[in-house]
Design a protein around this ligand. Structure first.
Ligand code: DAH
Length: 342
């Protein structure tokens, strides 16, 4: 009897140590206190013991049973307190899921306004060749923008000599030539993307920035329609009471050409100290014009049959105007504190 009780106690201690979950403890309870528990077999032996032994073992086994019961209860309590440590009311950990970059947001905003006006979005390529970037667009060989100081030329062998050297495109206008060679009019396209110029970086210049090119070609398109499209754009993008001003300008790829200003949406031209327009009342935002007949011809579209208008604008500048950002470098530093505001 002595040895059996000792073995039972040792086994119980070992089992208690191993039991970690509610299921483990339940298994323990069944094993040590259940109907088939060893202790019950020991109790069954008591009546056959001699007088003195009977009393002793009856008492000892009862004490042992109480000990087992309280050890198991103790274990259950321990488990409960471990579970209590998980506070279900505690606020969840913040999950930083990131967001679309402000330049992409504004580029998409610009494109989606033009989509509402019937334009389709088509992306060009960032690595261009001289033909698409300059020649097709009627930019002559001696034009300053072709200079090595104004364009990033790439040292990649060109298979088709007619296309000239490879370069990082200096504007999104080459998308005009790419699209016109594939899609035939009538067409209305906007083309967003990055452009590159070896400019000194300062608060308003960067060697890489973004533009959106737009153009529409049909048999009877005219300058009035260009004005209508741009007026709709600025009213939807900036503010419903925005006005436009066209100033004559020169671009090799459009004739006539114009630069376009919007009325200052902060002071409406009324404040000399306006931080945005400095009291001028107007802010320059884009270039535009009627597509030069030579450009249509270069891209296999009959200039006698078709006309087109085109416009090109930066993305960073409208973004700075609309969101009150005063330094272009903020867009590229990618400081999360700046980016997460938008
Ligand atoms: N490509 C010109 C630039 O980067 C912008 C431009 C002006 C585009 C007039 C046009 C346009 O399509 O008609 O400065």
């Amino acid at each position: 009897m002595d040895a059996e009780v000792r073995r039972l106690e040792e086994e119980l201690q070992a089992d208690l140590q191993k039991a970690n979950t509610a299921e483990d403890i339940e298994a323990l309870r069944v094993k040590y206190l259940g109907r088939k528990a060893v202790i019950n077999q020991l109790f069954a032996k008591v009546p056959s013991l001699s007088g003195e032994e009977k009393g002793k073992w009856g008492k000892n086994l009862n004490l042992l049973k109480n000990k087992i019961t309280s050890a198991i209860e103790e274990k259950i309590k321990g488990l409960g307190s471990a579970e209590d440590k998980i506070d279900l009311s505690f606020p969840a950990k913040k999950f930083d899921k990131g967001s679309t970059h402000i330049v992409s947001v504004v580029s998409q905003e610009i494109c989606s306004v033009f989509e509402k006006l019937g334009f389709t979005v088509v992306e060009g390529t960032e690595i261009e060749n001289e033909w698409h970037n300059f020649s097709a667009l009627n930019i002559p060989l001696d034009h300053p923008s072709r200079d090595a100081f104004d364009t990033f030329y790439l040292d990649i062998p060109q298979k088709n000599a007619q296309n000239g050297k490879f370069l990082l495109r200096s504007h999104t206008s080459p998308s005009q030539a790419r699209v016109m060679n594939i899609i035939k009019p009538p067409l209305a396209v906007v083309s967003p993307g990055r452009v590159y110029r070896p400019d000194q970086v300062d608060a308003s210049h960067s060697f890489m920035f973004h533009q959106v090119e737009g153009f529409a070609i049909s048999e009877d398109i005219n300058f009035a329609q260009l004005k209508g499209v741009l007026l709709n754009f600025v009213r939807l993008f900036f503010a419903p009471d925005t006005d436009l001003r066209f100033r004559p300008h020169f671009f090799p790829f459009t004739e006539p050409s114009a630069e376009v200003d919007i009325s200052c949406f902060i002071c409406k031209g009324k404040k000399e100290k306006c931080s945005l327009c400095k009291g001028k009342g107007w802010i320059e935002i884009l270039g535009c014009g009627m597509i030069h007949p030579k450009v249509l011809k270069n891209c296999n579209i009959d200039p006698k049959k078709y006309r087109g208008f085109a416009f090109g604008m930066g993305v960073e500048r409208p973004a700075m105007l609309k969101y009150g950002i005063n330094d272009i470098r903020l867009f590229y530093e990618n400081d999360v504190k700046f980016l997460e505001q938008f």
